[in-house]
Design a protein around this ligand. Structure first.
Ligand SMILES: *[C@@H]1O[C@H](CO)[C@@H](O)[C@H](O)[C@H]1NC(C)=O
Length: 362
């Protein structure tokens, strides 16, 4: 009895041999992760991959923990959406990257009123204490403050900034630290991958002043949204990470997707996308303080890109039918060769977390 050739090929080239998190850990990263959003939880084919901890060692709730979900009206907290994702991590043993506490978007309108400094400080305290307290012990890390800077290096005029100035950042990190001392606390932003633009410089200055005010910032999350063929190079990203690592213990790519700007795409574009993903993962592998890479969902089926950028898309590692793309295979082979080359030694112990004020260069 002979199997058809296609079945043999499938068995040989099957995904079991090259799951991303397994390879990433063998290559010395702490995890390869993905965002998951609530609408995909009842898709069984999707969930089989999402819950496979050899494929993804860390999950991030895409929306469930945001302010509009957790405290839509003042003083009334609800955790259904966030818990639905957090519970998966409990069951599978995957890490939970918690996301996000203080952000100008998906903010209920009541938070945008003109509050005094003291009022806003109390609002932030109540929100962070409740949400971080609810998830205490479950979060490997928290994205405490998200996107506080503009591309030109100025502070974003968010309701929090308007009430408190940059002290809202310090206050948020201090409050999160006291609510869950074991979570790693991150500042997370986009367009801070390509060194050294005005935004990166201003982010660096902001982080230094927050750290010098005594607040613990353990990590910088570079979101890593970019466009095929226009993505930052490995060299540029390594330079950026080296700068942030002067200030914080660790960095991570937290929301990676690399979108095509016109559709449909051909083989050449898919190969370029694969090279662009390899630059990101390669930059992380070659930077000892880079702990992991998270993609902002793994399939085009649930990508946020077409909704946000009409006409663009196919940004993920899997297509909408959950087939692995060239980008997936290229990332897997990169991780595999990094593992066999012993680039970073075997799976590293977690770095010690900085809690005090940093000593600064110069
Ligand atoms: C950012 O800082 C670097 C290093 O100090 C400097 O070389 C660069 O010109 C700065 N870039 C901008 C846009 O200010």
């Amino acid at each position: 009895m002979h199997l058809p050739v296609s079945a043999v090929l499938l068995a040989v080239a099957g995904p079991a041999t090259c799951q991303l998190n397994k390879l990433a850990k063998e290559a010395g990263l702490e995890y390869f992760g993905t965002a998951i959003d609530n609408p995909s939880l009842n898709n069984q084919n999707y969930m089989r991959i999402a819950r496979d901890s050899d494929e993804f060692g860390s999950i991030t709730p895409a929306n469930g923990q945001k302010w509009s979900n957790t405290q839509a009206s003042q003083g009334r907290f609800s955790y259904g959406s966030g818990d639905a994702i957090a519970n998966i991590a409990k069951e599978t043993g995957q890490l939970l990257r918690c996301h996000t506490l203080v952000w100008h978007n998906q903010l209920p309108s009541w938070v945008s009123s003109a509050y005094s400094r003291d009022q806003m400080e109390r609002i932030l305290t109540a929100h962070i204490q409740n949400v971080v307290g609810h998830y205490k012990g479950q979060c490997y890390s928290w994205d405490v403050v998200n996107e506080a800077m503009n591309d030109d290096g100025s502070f974003r005029q968010s309701p929090m900034y308007r009430a408190m100035g940059e002290d809202f950042i310090t206050h948020s990190f201090l409050t999160a630290a006291s609510a869950d001392p074991s979570a790693r606390l991150y500042y997370n932003d986009f367009n801070i991958e390509r060194c050294c633009n005005a935004k990166i410089n201003a982010t660096w200055d902001m982080l230094l002043s927050v750290l010098n005010a005594g607040a613990p910032v353990h990590g910088v999350g570079m979101q890593g949204h970019s466009r095929v063929g226009k993505s930052p190079s490995k060299r540029e990203m390594k330079e950026t990470m080296a700068r942030f690592l002067q200030l914080v213990n660790e960095v991570a790519f937290t929301e990676v997707d690399i979108r095509h700007t016109s559709l449909p795409v051909g083989e050449a574009e898919r190969e370029q996308q694969a090279r662009d993903y390899v630059e990101v993962v390669g930059a992380c592998l070659e930077t000892p303080g880079c702990v992991g890479v998270t993609v902002w969902d793994f399939t085009d089926q649930y990508s946020w890109i077409p909704g946000q950028y009409p006409g663009e898309g196919e940004a993920c590692l899997f297509d909408r039918n959950l087939n692995r793309k060239p980008a997936y295979s290229s990332v897997a082979s990169l991780l595999q060769s990094a593992a066999s080359a012993g680039l970073r030694g075997s799976a590293t112990a977690a770095p010690a977390v900085v809690t005090g004020t940093p000593t600064m260069p110069e």
